[in-house]
Design a protein around this ligand. Structure first.
Ligand code: A4P
Ligand code: MG
Length: 201
C-alpha cells in the first residue's frame, strides 16, 4: 500500500570534510532519488557541536541545513535512501552524536507518527535544536512540527542560536549564482591597443 505523496522535512548536518560542498551534494542526490523531489533547501547555518555531554567547542563546528521535499516513498524506503547517500559520503558510525561527514535525518514525513527501532517520526529531538528549527523556518515560516506546534514558537523557547554563514546562499540555488550588478560594466577602451614593437615577448 502506498501512502501517496507526502511532504518531507529533512535535516542535513556535517562537521567533517568540505561541509558546505557535502551539504550541496546531498541536496542534489536527494533530489535525484526516484520518488523524491526537493522543493526548497535552506542556506547552511553554523553551530557548536552538541555531544552526549553537551555543547563542545573543542569539536569541529557543524554546518546544518533543512530541505523540504515531495516524497512518494514509504518511510523506511526514504530512510534507506538517505542512509545510502550518507554512506557514499564516507559516513562512519562509531560514536553516537560523534563527528560526521554527513548526517541526514527525517524531521517529519507528512503527518506520519512512528516509534519503531529504526525510525521515529516526527524526529524526537528536532524541537530542542535551533540548528534544525532555524533553517527550517528559513524555507517555511509557517512550519509546524506535529503535535509540538509552530516551529517559530518552539524556537522562542530555545536558549541557543545558530550563526549565519557569510556568503553562503541557499543550497537549492547554484553556487555560482550572483546578484545582477547594479552598475553597467565599464565599456571597452575605444583606442585599440597595438603591440609595442620590441616589447616583451
Ligand atoms: N532513526 C530513528 N528515527 C530517525 C529519523 N527520524 N531520521 C535511527 C533518521 N534516523 C532515524 O542515527 C541512529 C539511528 O537513528 C539510525 O540508524 C536510524 O535508524 P545515526 O545517524 O546513525 O546516529 P546519530 O546521528 O549519532 O544518532 P541520533 O540519535 O540520530 O543523533 P541525532 O539526534 O541526529 O544527533 N550538533 C550540531 N551542532 N549539529 C548537528 O547536526 N547532530 C547530532 C546527531 C549531534 N550533535 C549535533 C548535530
Ligand atoms: Mg542521523
Amino acid at each position: 500500500m502506498s501512502g501517496g505523496t507526502r511532504r518531507a522535512v529533512v535535516a542535513l548536518g556535517s562537521n567533517l570534510g568540505d561541509r558546505a560542498e557535502l551539504l550541496r551534494a546531498a541536496v542534489a542526490e536527494i533530489d535525484a532519488t526516484p520518488g523524491v523531489t526537493v522543493v526548497a533547501a535552506s542556506a547552511p547555518v553554523s553551530s557548536v557541536a552538541v555531544t552526549l555531554e553537551g555543547p563542545d567547542e573543542s569539536k569541529p563546528e557543524y554546518l546544518n541545513a533543512v530541505l523540504i521535499a515531495d516524497v512518494d516513498l514509504e518511510p523506511l524506503a526514504l530512510l534507506d535512501a538517505l542512509a545510502a547517500i550518507e554512506q557514499q559520503h564516507g559516513r562512519v558510525r562509531d560514536e553516537r552524536w560523534g563527528d560526521r561527514t554527513l548526517d541526514l535525518d527525517i524531521v517529519a514525513l507528512g503527518d506520519v507518527e512512528l516509534a519503531t527501532q529504526r525510525l521515529t517520526l516526527p524526529h524526537p529531538r528536532a524541537a530542542e535544536r535551533a540548528f534544525v528549527l532555524e533553517p527550517w523556518l528559513q524555507v517555511d515560516p509557517e512550519a509546524r512540527l506535529g503535535r509540538a506546534g509552530r516551529v517559530a514558537d518552539l524556537l522562542e523557547l530555545l536558549p541557543d542560536r545558530t550563526r549565519v554563514v557569510p556568503g553562503a546562499g541557499r543550497l537549492d540555488r547554484p553556487p555560482t549564482a550572483r546578484p545582477e550588478p547594479d552598475v553597467a560594466p565599464t565599456p571597452p577602451d575605444p583606442t585599440p591597443s597595438t603591440p609595442t614593437p620590441g616589447g616583451p615577448a
